[in-house]
Ligand binder design. Structure first.
Ligand SMILES: *Cc1c(COP(=O)(O)O)cnc(C)c1O
Length: 267
């Protein structure tokens, strides 16, 4: 913070912008501290757990502010909102190398748009979606339309994907059942455009988080046995990241605890 009358450094902006930046900075510190403590309690090295900032419902300016604070991995739950926000962020901070993950339900007709910007799609739960994403990635590769900077990180041009698992089998929340996972994993393994990096799960509101995440861990272990590159467990949100880290999560997806309540409700 600058004191009154002191020369302004790089922190230019309106009063409201400065307040928001300070808020985001405090929240980011607090979330990182929670992750540190949870890792320590679980006897796990803190670099095993990535923090994904879920920015749905929040403006591009917030993303730019978090990027300036050193956060580089972001997630959105709707393809359309993500596409326009990513373009806006690129104008605000053209120098920032950010990763964008899709964590919400994806319709097959949006697969092409998402394949153009996603560093990882975490919500894959059907054969139709596997096929649509695979086709979209291969097509982009053929036409050279694949211009998102982080795509250099895609091994062999493949888009990393996670299989979303449904813990309670409720189809309205998205996610494949435990029984559907092996066939979906094999299908992804057979795709030239995709690479299976692991699983993603949302603990059902009614479930006890420790039990839910223990189930996710068990499913992930079975998947890893068949598909050794599938090491990621994306689990844990604002309310339950400690439980997820206790059960092997390698990626927590945090929205509210970082950004505050969402002004616009979304997926
Ligand atoms: C919104 C969302 C989150 C973040 O949830 P918070 O409770 O706000 O931290 C994580 N994962 C998915 C799939 C989401 O849609």
């Amino acid at each position: 913070m600058t004191t009154p009358g002191s020369p302004r450094g790089s922190s230019t902006g309106t009063e409201a912008e400065l307040v928001r930046r300070a808020e985001l900075s405090d929240a980011l510190d607090a979330v990182r501290a929670r992750i540190d403590r949870a890792c320590a309690a679980a006897g796990r090295p803190v670099d095993e757990v990535d923090l994904l900032a879920v920015t749905k419902g929040h403006p591009a300016a917030d993303v730019a502010a978090l990027a300036k604070l050193g956060q580089s991995a972001f997630a959105e739950s709707k393809a359309q909102e993500a596409g326009s926000k990513i373009a806006e962020v690129a104008e605000l901070r053209p120098e920032a190398a950010l990763r964008w993950h899709l964590v919400g339900r994806l319709q097959t007709n949006k697969a092409r748009a998402v394949a153009a910007w996603a560093s990882r799609v975490e919500s894959v739960d059907s054969e139709r979606l596997v096929d649509a994403l695979d086709a979209a990635v291969r097509r982009a590769g053929d036409t050279g339309a694949d211009s998102y900077p982080d795509h250099a990180a895609r091994t062999g041009g493949r888009l990393p994907v996670l299989l979303q698992v449904s813990i309670d089998g409720d189809p309205t929340r998205g996610g494949a059942t435990a029984e559907q996972l092996p066939a979906l994993a094999d299908r992804i393994a057979g795709c030239a455009g995709l690479e299976l990096h692991g699983v993603m799960a949302i603990a059902p509101a009614a479930a006890e988080p420790d039990r839910a995440f223990a189930t996710v861990h068990e499913l992930a272990q079975r998947l890893r046995a068949e598909h050794p590159v599938a090491q990621v467990i994306s689990a844990g949100m604002s309310g339950d990241l400690e439980a997820a880290i206790r059960h092997g999560s390698t990626c927590v997806r945090v929205g509210t605890a970082l950004m505050g309540q969402r002004p616009i409700t979304s997926g």
